[in-house]
Every structure is written in structure tokens, then in C-alpha cells.
Design a protein around this ligand. Structure first.
Ligand code: ADP
Ligand code: MG
Length: 256
């Protein structure tokens, strides 16, 4: 069967540095794959190539068999890959609900974005979008929904991460890529995050997650599979229980 997302021989050089070197990865429908590895290993750079932020020096990215290598980021989002960044990219001066509405626009290309910028126009369309965004927010978190008219800038860190996931979901993606979603979260917040991932997967049978993580509590319990990146190369891929025992993984990462 064709994987949902496939990465073949993906490589990028920055001057003399090979930041990602010949990485192969496959993600199935309704699968959670965690990517782990030391700081500077090339994890975020891999995400940046998949999502069209960087153009690879070599290799391919395929979404449902379609070659999307080197496509501009907005086209990749529209094709069904949504992501969050290591540092939050919310619109702090917009409400929670408007941040989600913008996520919806990324995929649908409705006039919602225009409507948001020019409230006098297309009010009905905007209201319909806001209704849908409200439903989505409610489904992710009743607490976020209760604060839907607050400004995103007023949210604590953990809620900002959850809002980013709601916004990613708003584009109705096939793949959501999260870059270190649990950073700045305590155990309780991380549990809520894992619950969000599990619930949204259960509700959407074709949705998959690609998650860069360092929190071993999350990595040991959430994903179906774990891939380890070290010095730009993939050194292991499989069940966490097996992967963590490999000497190269212990050396490169877990033993540090
Ligand atoms: P990780 O996310 O695994 O911590 P990164 O992917 O951010 O690591 O970085 C991998 C390597 O690529 C690092 O050495 C980093 O300095 C380098 N790198 C990333 N982006 C660029 C860039 N735009 N220009 C030059 N070097 C970069
Ligand atoms: Mg990173």
C-alpha cells in the first residue's frame, strides 16, 4: 500500500554542513510517528523540507504517492500537511477563534481571510467560519472554547500549544507535524496534549501525526513508532521498546 507520507533520500546542505543526510521515512494513515534525537540533529530541518520551508538538496517527499518536493509551503498546506513550529506562530492580537479561522482558510481558500481583514464584507461567510472554528475549539478543549474571544497573546504556554493544534486541525489535514509540542509543559499539560492527539486520531481515521519530541514520557507511550535522527541521519526506526535498546541509540541520545 502507498504510505500516506513518504520521504526518500532526503538531504540538505548548508554550505559545508550536511544537516539532513539521506533520510527515508514512511508514515501510514492513522499512525503517530515520533522523531527523536539530540539537539542539532536535523529534526526541525527535516520538518522544514517536508513542509516546503526549505528546498531539499536531494531526495523526494511524496504525499499519497504524489511528488510534492520543493512545492511552496502554502501549496503543501493546501495538499494536506499542517504543522506547528518550535516557537509559537499564533497571531497574538487576534482572538482564539480568529486564529482558528485563519487555519481553516489555509486549506479551503475561501474568502475568510479577506472577510476577517474587512469585517464589513462577507459577514455571513465569516460568521459561518467562526461557527465552525468554535465547534473545533470546543472539541479540542472546552476551556479554550470558553476563552474564544480572548486574545491569543493572553494564553499561557500550554494553551498556546493546544490552540496551535486546533488551528492545524482547522485546515482538515491528512498529516499534522508538531515540533516539540510538549516544550514548556508540565506533566499534566503533556497528558492533555497526548489525549488531544489520541482523540483527534480516533475521530479522524485518516489523520496521522509526525511529532518531534524530547519528553521520554510522551515518546514511550504515545507513538506507534519512533525514528531516531543523529547527525542528520536516521539511525533507528521501530517500536520504542526495541529502538531504545539499540547501542547506537543509547550512545547518541538516551545515554547523554
Ligand atoms: P534539531 O531540530 O534536531 O535540534 P535543526 O534541524 O534545527 O536541529 O538543525 C540541524 C543543523 O542544521 C544544525 O547544525 C543547524 O545549525 C543547521 N541549520 C538549520 N537551519 C539552517 C540554516 N537555515 N542555515 C544554516 N544551518 C542551518
Ligand atoms: Mg528543532
Amino acid at each position: 500500500m502507498t504510505p500516506l507520507l513518504e520521504v526518500r533520500g532526503l538531504t540538505i546542505r548548508f554550505g559545508g554542513l550536511v544537516a539532513v543526510n539521506d533520510v527515508n521515512l514512511a508514515l501510514s494513515a492513522n499512525e503517530v510517528l515520533c522523531i527523536i534525537g539530540p539537539n542539532g540533529a536535523g529534526k526541525s530541518t527535516l520538518f522544514n523540507m517536508i513542509s516546503g520551508v526549505y528546498r531539499p538538496s536531494a531526495g523526494e517527499v511524496l504525499l499519497e504517492g504524489q511528488d510534492i518536493t520543493g512545492w511552496p509551503a502554502h501549496k503543501i498546506t493546501a495538499a494536506g500537511i499542517a504543522r506547528t513550529f518550535q516557537s509559537s506562530r499564533l497571531f497574538n492580537d487576534l482572538s482564539l477563534i480568529d486564529n482558528v479561522v485563519i487555519g481553516m482558510h489555509c486549506r479551503t481558500r475561501s474568502g475568510v481571510f479577506d472577510a476577517l481583514l474587512r469585517p464589513g464584507k462577507a459577514r455571513a461567510e465569516l460568521e459561518a467560519a467562526a461557527g465552525k472554528a468554535g465547534d473545533l475549539l470546543q472539541a479540542i478543549s472546552p476551556e479554550l472554547y470558553a476563552r474564544r474571544h480572548s486574545l491569543a497573546g493572553s494564553l499561557p504556554q500550554a494553551d498556546r500549544r493546544r490552540l496551535e493544534i486546533a488551528r492545524a486541525l482547522a485546515s482538515d489535514p491528512k498529516v499534522i507535524m508538531l515540533d516539540e509540542p510538549s516544550s514548556g509543559m508540565d506533566d499534566r499539560d503533556t497528558d492533555a496534549l497526548m489525549e488531544d492527539v489520541r482523540r483527534t486520531m480516533a475521530e479522524r481515521p485518516s489523520l496521522s501525526y509526525l511529532i518531534i519530541e524530547h519528553d521520554m514520557r510522551l515518546v514511550s507511550s504515545l507513538p506507534d513508532r519512533v525514528a531516531v535522527i543523529d547527525y542528520g541521519s536516521k539511525i533507528a526506526d521501530g517500536d520504542f521498546a526495541d529502538v531504545r535498546l539499540l547501542p547506537r541509540v543509547q550512545e547518541a541520545y538516551l545515554g547523554q
